[in-house]
Every structure is written in C-alpha cells, then in structure tokens.
Design a protein around this ligand. Structure first.
Ligand code: PHE
Length: 455
C-alpha cells in the first residue's frame, strides 16, 4: 500500500479528544428523552438487559467497523467507502453506502434541530418560572402553545441550526473539538447534580427498581425490536457521524478500545438519565408511562412543585440542549466534508449551504405540529415520515451494508492493520459478530419494520 492518506480537514488533537467528541455525538436526545420512556414502557430491567445485549453484539462491532473505514479512508463517508473499497479491490459503488449515510444525517438533523429547539424554549420557560405551581392542564397548554406556533418553532430551530453552523465553520479542532470539550463535561456535571438531587427525594429506590427490576412479562417481541433499533440510533451508527469522526482519529488510537469506551459512556449516561428522571416523577406522584411526553409534559409538573424545582428545571433543559448540540454538530459535519471535497467549497460556504438546506427541510417538521398537521402520507405527517424513513429504513439498511462490507468485502490485511491491539482472538470474535450476528439481527428488525414479517 502507498503512504497513508491524510485528512484534508485536520484531525483530533488526541485519542481522548476523539473519544470525547464521539461520545458527544452518541449522547443526545436519544439518551435523555427517549431511552427513559421506552425503558419505562417496555418492562424496565428486562428491556435494559436486551438493550445491553444489542449494544454489545451489534453496536460495538459496527462502531468499530465505521471508525476503521473512516480512519483508513480519511474523507467524507461516501469517499471513504469508495477509497477503502478500491484499496480492497472491490467495486467503487460501495460509495453509495456512504452517500446513504450522509443522506440519513441530513434528514435526521432537519428534525433533530426542531426538537432540540423545544428544549431550548423550555430552558427559558423554566427560567421565567412558568412551571411554578402549574397544574398538569397548564403544562399541557404551555406545550401546545409552543408547538402550535410555527414562528416560535422556527425561531428556536434557527438558533440551534445557527449555533451548529457557527461551530462547524471553525473546523475539527477549533470548532467541533473545542465546543465538545466544554459542553460534554458541563452536560455530565449537570446530570450528576440532578442524580444527587434525585437521591435526595427519598424515591431513588423506586427509580432503581423501576429501571432495573426485570419484568419479563412486559417484554414483548416488539420491545426487543425497539431495543435493537434504539441501540443503533443512540450510538449514531449508519449516519456517517461516527465514520466521519473516525476520519479524524490519530494513528495511535486503538479502534476497538475507543468503540468500547464510547458505547460504555453512552450507555452509562442513558442509565443515569433514567435514574435522574424517575425518582423525581415518583416523588411527585406522577406516572412514568407518559411516553414521549415524559420530559416535556410530566417532568415540568414535578419541577413546578419541588424545592429548588425552578433551578433544577433550568439545569435539566440546559443539559438536554448541550447533549443535543454535540450530536447536531456531528450530523452536520458529514455533509460539510462532502461539499468541501466534492464541490470545492470553503468550509464557511459548505457549512452555511449544508446547514441552510437542512433548516429548510426542517420547516416540514415545524409545520407537522401546526398548519401542516393534516398533510400526511401513509397516515404519517411530515415529521413522522422523516423519523420513520431514517430510524426504520435508512439506518438499518446502512448498518447492514457496513457490516457486510467490512466482514465480507474489506481486505483482511487492511482490517487487521486497523484493528489494534492486534489480538487475534478479539479480532476473530469481532469478525464473527460482524459477519453473522449483526446482519441477522438487522435483517430481522428491518423486515419487521417494513412489515414483511411480524414478530
Ligand atoms: N445518537 C444521538 C442521540 O442519541 C442521535 C444521533 C443519531 C446523532 C445519528 C448523530 C447521528 O440522540
């Protein structure tokens, strides 16, 4: 092989900077908003167990594969796939797997920014004391007043997207790395403060039992599929985010160890989020099964009635904004790198064009909650359609193709060289998971999602 490729976008200042940035990409709305309520709805401990199995058997192997491909290709996900395929003597059409990933990140950020905007709005609502002593009906009204007003949603989404663009403009080290270095520790510190506060409610045991007591009766085949799909989304796989961040990884980094660290951080934070939220919910006599409304409707009721609730409420939604923001920048970067490499734009032009286009697509999501609530296709409004298309179709398909490519098409010399420490036992285990276990698991989820089989 000729000399090693260099990324023209620079690289992380150290392996720890990479682990931090990738953990920031992984930890997001999925951990703090989604995980607690789906765990709650699907049998708590039993669901958590299945989720952990999915992270280990599917998440970590595919994440390892993505980082490897990124580090070997050193370009945007589409070009990296193409280069690595060519280096392995395979078709350059593998390019399309990377292109699919970039398309997924493009669509996801268009709606992710809108939801992150809700969290930003809630920071101010909490700050202004709007939840203080509020009744559940009043909190419902506050939420409705937000989502029914397209101008408000556009305003907050524009702030999130504008912020995301202004970080990505500064590039890998001065933009992405610098913002994550501040936001990730801040997010974690706030989370720990809220967990301590939750312990102090006297209902921590209830929270623990709810999250970890395995109730296998509540575990349906469908909840297994939810665990699988969520493992994918929460680790930011098949969206180009991880592959892109992999392109900036220094040589001296152990890829499997990094993947393990990122997955562990992501899982720990999801569990901590559950342990922060449920005791507060129980201490206030509220129901944990509110589904998606758990954070935006149930929790504010609790904040309105607890000692220091106003302060904790501000902190909580600020934490959500930080978590979402470090994911948002990882969703913009693949499109920006693609525009720079393919269209020869400057980073400034690429960030504004890419981010602007996502913002425009995001208007569809904005209108799904108000004037466009009735514009539906297959019974789904625009937001639901984008969410379904990415989470249930594009991500599983992308992940499947990455697993197949890495296990069956990638030159073994390349994968062995990228897999360090070069333990052959670990390598064989990884290869086996990628060759057989992950594809099988994904095919089952995928067929179920598109309704071909019904588990
Ligand atoms: N993993 C992020 C979360 O849990 C979402 C995300 C998906 C971010 C894909 C980047 C890429 O919220």
């Amino acid at each position: 092989m000729e000399g090693e490729r260099q990324s023209r976008h620079g690289q992380w200042s150290s392996r720890w900077a990479f682990i931090l940035a990738a953990s920031g990409a992984a930890v997001g709305l999925g951990n703090i908003w989604k995980f607690p309520y789906i765990a709650g709805e699907n049998g708590g401990g039993a669901f958590v167990l299945v989720y952990l199995v999915c992270i280990i058997l599917l998440g970590i192997p595919i994440m390892t594969a993505e980082i490897m491909i990124g580090r070997h290709g050193r370009q945007n996900p589409a070009n990296s796939m193409k280069s690595v395929a060519e280096d392995s003597g395979r078709s350059q059409h593998w390019f399309w797997v990377g292109a699919l990933a970039i398309a997924s990140s493009f669509i996801i950020l268009s709606y992710y920014g809108v939801i992150a905007g809700w969290a930003l709005d809630y920071v101010f609502q909490a700050l202004l004391g709007h939840f203080n002593q509020a009744t559940p009906q009043h909190i419902d009204k506050l939420f409705e007043a937000l989502v029914s007003n397209p101008w408000k949603l556009i305003f907050w989404d524009s702030l999130i997207m504008g912020g995301t663009i202004s970080v990505v403009v500064f590039g890998v080290e001065k933009g992405l790395e610098r913002s994550v270095r501040f936001m990730f520790p801040a997010m974690l510190a706030i989370l720990l403060i809220i967990v301590i506060y939750s312990i102090d409610t006297g209902y921590f045991g209830h929270g623990l039992a709810f999250l970890f007591h395995p109730n296998f009766k509540a575990l349906t085949p469908n909840s297994i599929l939810i665990a699988l799909g969520h493992a994918f989304f929460t680790l930011s796989l098949a969206t180009g985010s991880i592959m892109m961040y992999g392109a900036y990884v220094p040589r001296d980094t152990s890829v499997p160890q990094a993947a393990l660290a990122i997955a562990a951080a992501d899982t720990a934070i999801a569990l901590l989020a559950g342990l922060a939220i449920f005791p507060i919910v129980f201490a206030n006599g509220l129901q944990p099964g509110a589904g998606p409304g758990l954070i935006f409707k149930t929790l504010p009721i609790a904040f309105g009635h607890m000692p220091y609730g106003q302060f904790i409420g501000v902190l909580f939604f600020l934490m959500l904004v930080f978590a979402a923001f470090t994911s948002a920048i990882s969703l913009l970067e693949p499109t920006v790198a693609w525009l720079i490499e393919q269209k020869n734009l400057t980073r400034g032009q690429a960030s504004m064009l890419g981010g602007g286009a996502m913002w425009l697509l995001g208007l569809g999501t904005v209108f799904s909650f108000n004037i466009g609530a009735n514009w539906t296709l297959f019974g789904l409004n625009f937001f639901e359609l984008m969410d379904y298309l990415t989470a249930n179709i594009m991500l599983p398909l992308g992940g499947l193709l990455v697993a197949i490519f890495t296990a069956w098409r990638l030159n073994k010399q390349i994968s062995r060289a990228e897999f360090n420490p070069q333990s052959s036992v670990l390598y064989k285990l990884w290869h086996f998971a990628l060759a057989y276990i992950s594809p099988l698991m994904i095919v089952i989820v995928f067929l179920n999602a598109i309704g071909v089989i019904k588990l």
